[in-house]
Design a protein around this ligand. Structure first.
Ligand code: G4F
Length: 339
């Protein structure tokens, strides 16, 4: 019997890479999808459309306990990966209330439904380095205290503690991955790496002249999402549940990302990047650097993609995507400039 896994957030960057990885390992893969995603398959299922009928998709909403309950009462799962969330930090300042309710209640509903219907099912929660926020030590490890700086970060701290509480109170196999920033060609356009790589491609093709960004000095530990989903899976294969930092151990600034991305197509970022206060956040997380020693030692996990390779892959993927449909009226070119 193949193992069965349920993924919330399967249409997102991480969900799509995880689904691919689990299919490769012979899993039966199920995903929870908003009904609106099913109604607009071309737009919303773009990252998983190539997996076609190898996936079983179930309509549900994280805000609705009954809809989650129904799926878990009809199908049996060995593993559940809870990745769905409002994950854009800037948006969490714009609407903290919906971020809190989706991210905290959604996690709570998932945990409660698993406990009620399939307590043996192993559970993965997508924690975040944003939980460290205003960092108390560097690099950050599993024991570093949290100091979140946004409603998003606060919601992830709550989800982390809920997951730990279900592990301790009910003996469930619940793990949190504390993942540092992880990117790739499937990243949403609103996140800074994709905003830059897609901007570089548009500028190179003559569709735009500049990219407007907020804080260029913010520093992040950026890895490749395809590497990070392997760590999620490994956490659920251990004899005991635990929490793990997943990171590269290298930190780079937004400015460095710009420099490399523009250089990749022979351009100088100074000529095209403008600082726009509209993209600065009310409270910034200045630097994040992870120490993944525990994941390396216990899970045997290692990142395979370097920072330079990540930047190059993203820029060339965006260039390729735009080539052939490059015209001044290109819809994605118009949409992205407003993020
Ligand atoms: O790409 P970002 O929006 O990612 P952020 O805020 O670090 O969060 C991402 O990583 C977390 C893991 O630590 C996840 F939990 C979270 O869900 C998400 O995936 O911004 C990165 C940095 C920030 O310091 C931001 O202020 O880039 C800075 N930045 C500068 N200009 C910008 C911009 N970010 C965005 N999105 N857009 C800008 O124009």
């Amino acid at each position: 019997m193949p193992k069965a896994a349920l993924i919330t957030g399967i249409t997102g960057q991480d969900g799509s890479y995880l689904a691919e990885h689990l299919l490769t390992l012979g899993y039966e893969v199920h995903g929870i999808v908003r009904r609106v995603a099913l109604e607009e398959p071309e737009r919303r299922l773009g990252r998983i459309v190539h997996l076609g009928e190898r996936l079983e998709l179930h309509p549900a909403a994280l805000e609705s306990y009954p809809s989650i309950f129904q799926i878990l009462s009809r199908h049996r799962f060995d593993e559940c990966y809870h990745l769905a969330a409002q994950s854009f930090v800037a948006e969490s300042f714009a609407d903290g209330f919906s971020t809190m309710s989706t991210n905290i209640d959604g996690t709570h509903y998932m945990l409660a439904a698993v406990r009620e219907l399939q307590p043996e099912c192993k559970f993965y929660f997508a924690g975040s380095s944003e939980m460290f926020g205003k960092v108390r030590e560097s690099p950050q490890r599993e024991t570093t205290p949290f100091h979140p700086r946004s409603p998003y970060g606060i919601s992830k701290v709550a989800g982390f503690h809920l997951t730990m509480n279900y592990r301790e109170a009910y003996g469930m196999f619940c793990c949190s991955g504390i993942l540092f920033n992880h990117e790739g060609p499937r990243r949403g356009f609103e996140f800074v790496t994709r905003k830059i790589s897609s901007g570089v491609a548009r500028i190179k093709l003559g569709l735009a002249t500049e990219v407007r960004l907020g804080c260029l000095d913010a520093r992040r530990d950026w890895g490749h999402a395809a590497d990070y989903v392997r760590a999620m899976h490994l956490m659920l294969q251990q004899p005991t549940p635990d929490d793990y930092v997943v990171a590269t151990g290298e930190m780079h600034s937004v400015r460095e990302f710009c420099e490399l991305a523009f250089a990749e197509v022979g351009l100088d970022y100074h000529d095209h990047v403008r600082v726009d206060p509209a993209f600065q956040r009310p409270a910034e997380v200045d630097q994040l650097l992870g120490d993944a020693t525990k994941a390396r030692a216990v899970l045997g996990w290692r990142p395979t993609c370097t920072f330079r390779q990540l930047v190059a892959e993203m820029v060339h993927s965006d260039l390729k995507g735009l080539m052939g449909r490059a015209s001044p009226l290109d819809r994605s070119a118009v949409a992205v400039t407003s993020l």
